[in-house]
Design a protein. Structure first.
Length: 293
């Protein structure tokens, strides 16, 4: 019996079945079924009855679930105490690409000034990836923009920004257009899973529209370079293109009756137990992020 067995058993009970437990733990469904079978075989018990392709927890399963939850909490308490006593306490922060450029350099500097004993690790990637890594425990908390999908995450809004449509000075486009007209142009977009792409596709879906970009990239800078080269229209955070707009390398394309405002979020798993110094770092971010720009 390992912690993995306990976590799997608890996940199947709390998530309501093998399929959702597999999604929650980010493993294949057969691995979940095999782990449950290992527990039942090792202890010669039946944790679930299989009724009409559904798992129904048995009476002994209910009793053992309580013990499993207690054991897992004790293990998590051990990890927290061990981390607090370590010589090099660490906090692992995820950030989406836009926030990685706008906030992270100043944030790391501020954290190191206020918590010199703290080792800060930062992973900058898409909002979807940050969300996934927080859920599976690879990151402690994250700074992302857009909409959070998992109900297992809590979110604190620390700022907002606007996406804007922009084109190069030599690209022929109307200064004001409808969303329907926008999708007829050559579009240069972030990859699927990014906050800006998901926001655009949500707005398009509401109007029964779809998009086929001529370019996709995980890099905002690559898209900006392509727009400056007059390859099409891009939807980008205003803060990232402000300099190019001021230098007249880019021009704004207004989209009729569309609100591109989005939220910047500080997120963490609702069941996450921070060590003392991790909690201090999290609270520091929550208090100081709106002032860091």
């Amino acid at each position: 019996m390992t912690i993995r067995h306990l976590k799997t058993f608890i996940a199947v009970c709390e998530q309501g079945g093998v399929t959702k437990a597999a999604e929650y733990l980010h493993v294949a469904q057969p691995a979940i079924s095999q782990t449950i079978a290992e527990i039942e075989k090792f202890y010669n018990i039946r944790l679930f009855e299989r009724i009409n392709q559904r798992l129904v927890i048995t009476s002994i399963g209910k009793e053992l679930l309580l013990r499993a939850q207690e054991t897992l909490r004790a293990f998590e308490d051990f990890e927290i105490q061990a981390n607090q006593s370590g010589l090099h306490p660490t906090v692992r922060i995820g950030a989406s690409l836009t926030i990685g450029k706008l906030y992270i350099p100043q944030l790391i500097r501020s954290l190191k000034e206020n918590f010199p004993q703290l080792c800060v690790y930062v992973s900058v990637e898409s909002t979807a990836s940050v969300e996934e890594k927080i859920l599976n425990g690879a990151l402690d908390f994250g700074l992302v923009e857009g909409k959070i999908l998992s109900p297992l995450l809590s979110a604190f809004v620390f700022s907002t920004d606007n996406l804007i449509a922009v084109c190069g000075s030599g690209y022929r486009a109307e200064k004001l257009m409808t969303l329907e007209r926008l999708v007829s142009h050559a579009l240069l977009l972030r990859e699927r899973g990014s906050a800006s792409r998901e926001m655009l596709e949500m707005l398009l879906h509401e109007k029964g529209l779809s998009v086929s970009p001529v370019m996709e990239s995980v890099s905002n800078q690559a898209i900006i370079s392509a727009v400056v080269a007059d390859l099409g229209i891009a939807i980008l955070p205003q803060g990232l293109v402000q300099t190019s707009l001021q230098e007249s390398k880019l021009h704004i394309v207004e989209i009729e009756n569309i609100d591109f405002q989005r939220k910047y979020l500080l997120i963490n798993r609702t069941t996450k137990k921070f060590s003392r110094i991790q909690q201090h770092a999290y609270d520091f971010c929550k208090t100081n992020l709106p002032k860091i720009r």
